[in-house]
Write a protein that binds this ligand. Structure first.
Ligand SMILES: *Cc1c(COP(=O)(O)O)cnc(C)c1O
Length: 452
């Protein structure tokens, strides 16, 4: 193996003395990996110092550009968790930048004294949601954790086995609800749960229970559906049982629609009207704002959450507060149609087809590359809700290779039926110029796919 100092002296790693310590560490890591592979008999010849230096330089270059870099989401999944969920409006992004410096986060300008971080946001959000009060935390998982920890002790939370949802990336509602120490009382079976089982848990009558459960947890099924021989009491029934026993109903809605969207996704206001005492949801799903978690409901319960010591650990930063506030202003002023998610949902198929044809023309591609597609909202909204969409099939015989080249050029498409599709419903028209430039760079000439 080449020596560390010899590698560091190679031209590829020369210069930038400030980076010397990082380079040394990366060279040591590269050598350790090579040694490990050699021991397993995987490596061929010992690498040259120049080759290791090149490899380390490439790695370092990749880390010294500001990341995450911007991408164009042409997957047709409008709220793609891996691509940053809701695209922020220009107004929201500007508000977040404006709050980046010193700002009146916890400061009253008139009196010059200490203020409260959510003092402007709370009344606006509460009015929009029809809730007595609202609290904001770092994300939807944090909202659920805080609600179940602040309201679920000492007796624990009751959750139907039919609602023990895994959202994605191993995130399970039941695990998040209990991570703060509240015991979990599972009731019912996968497909059927009865109101009497909730009542028994609230009386402390379940096997192993020493005290009555403190709260009912209702979890929106989000990304899956049950059909057939199924039964789940609704929120109004649970509200009655909860009220009789003084146990709040916490509803983890996740998606957080405020209404005005196609499809059957429940809204925060509906959940509250149906009897949920506290509803938790994400800021960057159907609300269309930055990552945040919202808790909306009764003033006393929101207050218990806000005053819980854990609230401090989960609080949102100044840019999040500013971004959620800008999003709330859009709803309050009837300008929610300007939120990118709403714009994407609102385009007609005809509008998308016109755009697709214009893009094909700009690229010099045959109009036959335009395809009828189906887009989904994503972000834990109902699995059956699809939106008719339009895609462009990239003329290439090598789908996997072209898809990777396109990703490197900043565009993420979707492979459908052996073709690489650029679904336009998740792409903002202001990105069309950049999209054309990226597509021009990667498409193979001549091998146009056949028309529908
Ligand atoms: C998405 C979701 C969450 C988690 O929210 P994050 O903002 O991703 O932390 C929790 N519960 C439900 C039902 C969800 O759909």
């Amino acid at each position: 193996m080449p020596r560390v100092d010899a590698i560091l002296d190679e031209p590829a790693l020369a210069g930038s003395p400030a980076l010397r310590a990082i380079k040394r560490r990366f060279v040591q890591e590269a050598l350790a990996e090579l040694r490990g592979r050699a021991q397993k008999g995987e490596a061929a010849a010992a690498p040259t110092a120049a080759a290791v230096a090149e490899q380390v330089a490439r790695r370092l270059d990749g880390l010294l550009v500001p990341r995450p870099r911007a991408l164009i989401n042409a997957t047709g999944v409008l709220l793609h968790t891996n691509l940053g969920r809701a695209v922020l409006s220009r107004e929201t992004a500007a508000a977040m930048v404006a709050a980046a410096g010193a700002c009146e986060l916890e400061f009253e300008v008139e009196s010059g004294s200490r203020g409260s971080r959510l003092v402007w946001l709370r009344p606006l959000l509460a009015a929009l949601l029809g809730a007595e009060d609202v609290h904001v935390v770092n994300n939807g998982g944090a909202a659920l954790l805080l609600a179940c920890t602040a309201l679920g002790l000492p007796g624990g939370v009751v959750l139907s086995r039919g609602q023990m949802v895994e959202i994605g990336d191993g995130f399970r509602v039941a695990e998040m609800a209990t991570a703060g120490g509240a015991p979990l009382w599972e009731i019912g079976s996968t497909n059927r749960t009865h109101v009497a089982e909730y009542a028994a848990a609230l009386k402390g009558e379940l096997a192993g229970q020493r005290a009555p459960a403190s709260a009912i947890l209702w979890a929106h099924l989000s990304n899956f559906q049950q059909a057939g021989f199924v039964h789940q009491p609704g929120l109004p029934e649970l509200a009655v049982v909860g009220r009789e026993r003084g146990a709040p109903v916490i509803a983890d809605l996740g998606s957080g629609s405020l209404g005005g969207l196609p499809g059957g996704e429940p809204t925060v206001q509906e959940y509250l009207a149906q009897g949920a005492d506290l509803v938790t949801f994400s800021g960057d799903k159907l609300l269309g704002g930055p990552q945040a978690g919202l808790l909306a409901g009764s003033a006393a319960l929101v207050q218990r959450c806000r005053r819980h010591p854990m609230a401090r650990a989960l609080r949102p930063d100044k840019t999040t507060v500013a971004g959620i506030h800008a999003t709330a202003i859009a709803y309050a002023t009837g300008a929610e149609g300007s939120l990118p998610l709403r714009r994407m949902i609102g385009w007609s198929e005809g509008q998308l087809r016109e755009r697709a044809l214009a893009l094909a023309r700009a690229l010099g591609w045959d109009a036959g590359c335009v395809r009828a597609s189906e887009a989904t909202v994503g972000g834990g909204s109902l699995p059956g809700d699809v939106l008719p969409s339009v895609a462009i099939a990239v003329p290439t015989a090598e789908v996997t290779r072209t898809a990777r080249a396109l990703r490197r050029a900043g565009v993420v498409g979707r492979v459908h039926a052996g073709e690489l599709w650029i679904d336009l419903r998740s792409v903002l028209p202001e990105d069309d110029t950049a999209l054309v430039a990226a597509l021009r760079g990667v498409a193979g000439a001549g091998s146009s796919p056949t028309a529908d």
